[in-house]
Design a protein. Structure first.
Length: 390
């Protein structure tokens, strides 16, 4: 059924996500790599890891560029080749893909990929402005458009075309907060009722406070190797069997259809074809729920349901922990949090935990094939990765 492994994940690590006062992003990254190294005792990081690829969106948050060597240094991995990737909120989804390229090229046998962002020490207007840099400057930012307003445009278009409701969007928040409450690393570990989500304050109609992901501090990482070397280090590798990436216009205004993300659809198509699997074969998925409407659109773009049926899918309980395709078992960006540079590899960390049966209270029974869907900006970048239990 499934394709040949491209690369194998030996280990994964995640910092605690949340409002992490008094620490730098580099210290959060040390938390993530320490966990990854402890999980794989046969690995000698200093000797075995030859390249470090880091997703990091914004220098503005900590007034710090040149993130690659900074984090490699703090992780004790000098003089490894250190590379930073930037693709807005999909920065570490792209880092993961570059890690796959690095191994497939034959230049390296083991690489570390990851991501980091420290955001909560800045004011909400500052963070909103820095994030908006991933939208079109002359035609969106300059006119006051922010990501809540851009995704609100998608939401209203989806509501108008398909009858999607505010209640259905709120159901995404309820589900993801339920899952996040079970995740010790999540930013907000508490349930939210449908009524509370629907009555939360308006941010950009129809998106309310509980429709929006969190400003979060966090870091994540994965140790990747060639499939033929994996068993030397672990009895429970997770193979990446499909990888897709596509791009679209940076400006939402340039697109004819606001109800789908073309880049995500194309990335998914590429990943499914490479993996030799269909949407029906996915046992667990992490989708990019920067806003609740984004998860509903993701169901459709990933082929989990027909176009326009995403709202019904959440209403029917198909994507809950007990449903046919559990989505965002980690709590998603909505409850686990969204430290933008760390999100892509954090999604992959959750799939790794699920496929190695380490997800504890949120474990999906018998999960064999997983998917991670990471989106940058309003869909100018999208990556989709498909994973199989080793």
């Amino acid at each position: 059924m499934s394709g040949k492994p491209l690369v194998s994940i030996l280990s994964a690590g995640l910092s605690k996500f949340g409002k992490r006062k008094g620490v730098y992003g580099r210290e959060l990254f040390v938390e993530a790599v320490t966990e990854a190294f402890e999980r794989c005792p046969k690995l000698d990081p200093k000797k075995d890891i030859r390249a470090v690829i880091i997703g990091h969106m914004g220098e503005s948050f900590e007034h710090q560029g040149h993130t690659g060597p900074t984090l490699a240094d703090w992780a004790g991995l000098l003089p490894s080749a250190a590379i930073r990737t930037e693709a807005a909120c999909s920065s570490s989804g792209v880092a993961l893909r570059i890690g796959i390229f690095a191994l497939l090229s034959g230049l390296y046998d083991i690489v570390l990929v990851g991501g980091v962002e420290k955001m909560t020490h800045r004011t909400t207007p500052d963070v909103t402005e820095f994030l908006a840099m991933a939208s079109d400057y002359p035609f969106e930012q300059w006119h006051g458009l922010t990501f809540p307003s851009l995704y609100a445009l998608m939401a209203t278009a989806h509501m108008h075309k398909y009858g999607t409701t505010e209640e259905q969007m709120a159901m995404v928040a309820v589900k993801n907060h339920h899952n996040g409450a079970l995740n010790p690393k999540a930013h907000i570990r508490r349930e939210v009722s449908l009524e509370k989500a629907l009555n939360s304050r308006m941010i950009a109609w129809p998106l309310k406070l509980y429709d929006c992901s969190l400003i979060t501090d966090g870091a994540s990482c994965l140790v990747l190797t060639k499939p033929e070397l994996a068993k030397k280090f672990t009895d429970t590798p997770v193979h990446i069997i499909g990888s897709g990436q596509a791009s679209d216009t940076i400006g939402l205004y340039e697109r004819q259809n606001f109800t789908t993300l073309k880049a995500a659809k194309l990335a998914a198509k590429e990943a499914y074809k490479m993996a030799g699997v269909k949407p029906d074969d996915i046992d667990v998925a992490e989708a990019h729920d920067c806003f609740t409407i984004a998860e509903i659109i993701a169901y459709e773009d990933l082929g989990f349901c027909q176009q326009g049926k995403g709202g019904k899918m959440i209403e029917n309980g198909t994507t809950t922990l007990e449903g046919k395709i559990p989505v965002n078992t980690s709590g998603g960006l909505k409850s686990k949090g969204h430290p933008v540079g760390a999100t892509g590899t954090a999604q992959a960390c959750e799939i790794f935990l699920q496929l190695t049966e380490q997800a504890e209270k949120r474990q999906v029974k018998g999960a064999d094939i997983g998917l991670a869907h990471n989106v940058g900006g309003s869909g100018a970048t999208a990556t989709v990765h498909i994973f199989r239990r080793g």
